[in-house]
Design a protein around this ligand. Structure first.
Ligand code: GDP
Ligand code: MG
Length: 151
């Protein structure tokens, strides 16, 4: 496992946003090189290069403002949708609400094709989209390379 302080210096500060159960915490563990284990995210996990948010912040209207605040502290905002989700939480053209790079991540591509989730993320304004399977690590290297600071 790579030393956490090293990773923190090398990687762009990234806010993970999406419904509960979409795979934010699992992806965080994979990107940090940790073993996958289930933990319910009860509060904003702040201080690391990965800012993991509780799903409720994206699901409950009154809590959405918290995400806007944390977005200002991030270099990249990542919107996550699962390949097998049957709806998207993110309205069309939402990416223009923050002056940060906003990327899309489609999780659980082992379950079904990522195409529909990719279309929802494009509709929301994401230009870069990364389909991943956190359990096998498929697609995670490409995402990690994007999140690495240049130079
Ligand atoms: N099949 C599959 N399951 C996943 C994947 N990513 C996460 N999960 C599972 O989805 C469940 C919820 O994941 P979690 O990371 O806690 O979601 P969070 O609420 O967004 O933080 C867990 O049982 C994970 O093991 C994936 O890429 N593929
Ligand atoms: Mg979580």
């Amino acid at each position: 496992m790579q030393d956490n302080q090293n990773l923190k210096n090398q990687m762009k500060k990234t806010l993970l946003v999406g419904r509960h159960g979409v795979g934010k915490t699992t992806l965080k563990q994979v990107l940090r090189g940790e073993d996958i284990h289930y933990v319910k995210t009860q509060y904003m996990d702040y201080g690391d290069w990965l800012l993991d948010s509780p799903g409720e912040y994206a699901e409950v209207h009154g809590l959405g403002a918290a995400l806007a605040i944390y977005a200002y502290e991030a270099d990249v905002v990542a919107l996550l949708i699962s390949a097998d989700d049957d709806y998207s939480l993110f309205p069309p053209n939402i990416t223009c609400m923050v002056n940060r790079d906003v990327i899309g991540i489609v999780t659980k591509i082992d379950k079904c094709s990522p195409e529909r989730a990719e279309r929802w993320l494009r509709l929301s304004g994401c230009k870069e989209i990364f389909p991943i399977d956190s359990h096998t690590g498929l697609g995670v290297d490409k995402l990690r390379a994007y999140l690495r600071k240049q130079g």
